[in-house]
Design a binder for this molecule. Structure first.
Ligand SMILES: Nc1ncnc2c1ncn2[C@@H]1O[C@H](COP(=O)(O)OP(=O)(O)OP(=O)(O)O)[C@@H](O)[C@H]1O
Length: 553
């Protein structure tokens, strides 16, 4: 789809009105020049009051119609962009977690910010281009009414020039597409810089090498932008030269071959000069048109990727927010998509029964697949094989969203939202005791719908995440190494007080832990190794003796 098709589709019933207004503006403009020309040619006394009135009316008509066209076209483009953004956000929301992980944030950010801004910034130019097209046609008709040979000459020379300009300008499309790809690399490098700013600060060499990488990417962007800018300008000059050629042909060549009265020639000159403005506007608006089309193509590419992504559809909800029996994991497996020749990591097949109200710890060495298992267990990754069954109902792709509503999770890379989305409307009175429970009431408070401070220590931020989890009050609680960043006292509080209190409230808790000292706080401990379950033992079997820590069976 190109930008004109987009406007045409988005404008709906306003499309005809925009076309009528643009053509009336063009005709009124041409009529103004024709009137002016006819007045200056008169030999019998010049302008009358009626001429003045007509002149004012024509200008008023032109202003009103031109204003309507420009406002409606730019409004339509902005409406379309808004619709596209909302549609993309909806698709992102419906896309599976693994699809979004695969597409990556750089492309999504770039398409819905840079590319949308590019089209938005061109909206006025495109509106002017559209209107100038009509004005050029009206001006052409005026020239035709004065002299058909002159009109033919104009059409042939300008038509040929504009066609050449159009074909040459298409070459720039490739450069613009290349720029879009380089921009993604640039965005990735910048993300590296900001996410790794601490590490960069610790190593001048790292900073320098990263800076060189960013500089090279920026340089590549500059080269492409300069090349396409220069090409556009050259094409524009070429098209303008064509106008001069047309002018010269009418002044010098036409009178040699066709009988043209001196007065008509003057009128013709006026007509061509009048057509000059809109034609130049058309040519000047063309880069914006091409850039918008490329940006639209990039956005379209993202939409296609999102459409190809696994989109989750809403099915039935057999659980309605309750867990009564438990979760059955049967032959469950998950394999990451392989990005290179190496075999991708996979977990499973895993068989596990998790009873409602049970506390289960998932333990194992680094990279054994604990977090991956939790992502499959929480319905973020669809199983590659096997199944999850909850209270006797299979978690099908259609039910995944409803199933996730049973779960509150604090992943190892958790996020605290700027506003308490999902819990907007929760009262300050409900949050205050939880801040005290988590012992951060002197660090932050809850006002309106947000925590006043979230730039806390990692352990304190995890406590904020725990407050959110407790407020969500869902039957299944998943904690991925939550206690890892807590001080000894709070770690003890987590294992010996918080988890038992959740159990008393009937919650099912699945926690990834490396704290073997507290394994006896779990009803069962599941040990993972190389993506498989190595053992499942009762927590009590791992009971520590006073002052003793122990390993995993
Ligand atoms: N997004 C991903 N794409 C591809 N492979 C991944 C991805 N995330 C993790 N892996 C692979 O999965 C393996 C297991 O990772 P996972 O995070 O599940 O381990 P873990 O047991 O939680 O480790 P840790 O105790 O260090 O947190 C890793 O070795 C990694 O290679």
């Amino acid at each position: 789809m190109n930008i004109i098709e987009l406007i045409s589709e988005e404008a709906h019933e306003a499309r005809d009105r925009i076309l009528i207004a643009a053509s009336v503006a063009g005709v009124a403009n041409a009529a103004t020049v024709a009137l002016a020309n006819s007045i200056v040619q008169r030999t019998d006394g010049g302008a009358t009051l009626a001429d003045c009135g007509l002149f004012v009316v024509l200008i008023a008509v032109y202003v009103l119609c031109s204003r309507f066209t420009c406002h409606r076209v730019s409004g339509t483009i902005e409406d379309a962009l808004h619709t596209i953004k909302v549609r993309i956000l909806e698709k992102i929301e419906r896309a599976s977690y693994e699809s979004i992980e695969r597409i990556g944030t750089a492309e999504i950010y770039d398409r819905i910010t840079t590319n949308v801004s590019k089209i938005s910034g061109s909206a006025t130019l495109i509106a002017n281009l559209l209107q100038s097209l009509f004005m050029s046609v009206a001006a052409g008709l005026y020239v035709a009414s004065l002299s058909l040979p002159a009109f033919t000459l104009l059409v042939v020379l300008l038509g040929g020039g504009i066609t050449l300009f159009y074909l040459k300008a298409q070459d720039v499309t490739g450069d613009l597409q290349r720029a879009a790809t380089i921009r993604l690399g640039f965005f990735d490098r910048l993300t590296d810089l900001f996410k790794g700013f601490k590490e960069v600060k610790l190593s001048r060499r790292r900073g320098q090498e990263l800076r060189e990488d960013i500089r090279d990417t920026s340089g590549a962007l500059r080269n492409v932008a300069t090349r396409s800018g220069n090409a556009f300008h050259d094409h524009w000059l070429f098209a303008q030269c064509n106008l001069y050629v047309a002018l010269a042909a009418i002044i010098f060549v036409l009178p040699q071959h066709v009988e043209v009265a001196v007065t008509t020639e003057r009128l013709l000159l006026g007509g061509v000069l009048f057509a000059w403005g809109p034609i130049v506007t058309c040519i000047a608006g063309f880069p914006a048109y091409i850039e918008s089309n490329v940006a639209l193509g990039n956005i379209d590419g993202l939409e296609k990727k999102l459409d190809a992504a696994v989109l989750e559809c809403e099915g039935d909800d057999p659980w309605e927010g309750k867990l009564t029996e438990g979760i059955v994991v049967k032959d469950l497996a998950y394999t990451y998509a392989s990005e290179d020749a190496r075999e991708a990591f996979h977990i499973g097949p895993i068989d596990l029964d998790l009873a409602a109200g049970e506390i289960v710890f998932v333990v194992g060495g680094n990279g054994s697949g604990k977090s991956t298992f939790l992502k499959v267990l929480t319905g973020l990754y669809p199983p590659s094989a096997g199944m999850l069954s909850v209270d006797g109902f299979e978690v099908t792709p259609e039910r995944a969203a409803a199933y996730r509503e049973l779960i509150t999770a604090i992943y190892s890379d958790f996020h605290i939202f700027s506003r308490l989305y999902g819990l907007l409307g929760v009262s300050e009175a409900a949050v205050r005791p939880l801040l005290e429970q988590m012992q951060i009431e002197d660090k932050t408070s809850f006002e309106g719908d947000r925590f006043t401070r979230t730039n806390l220590s990692t352990g304190q931020r995890k406590r904020l995440a725990m407050i959110v989890a407790l407020l969500e009050d869902r039957p299944i609680c998943i904690f991925d190494e939550w206690a890892a960043d807590q001080d000894p006292e709070f770690r003890r509080y987590f294992y010996e007080e918080l988890l038992p209190s959740l159990k008393r409230r009937g919650k099912t808790v699945i926690a990834v832990s490396h704290d073997d000292r507290y394994f006896d706080c779990a009803d069962r401990v599941v040990t993972m190794e190389y993506g498989k379950v190595r053992s499942i033992v009762p927590g009590q079997a791992l009971q520590r003796r006073p002052g003793e820590t122990h390993g995993v069976a």
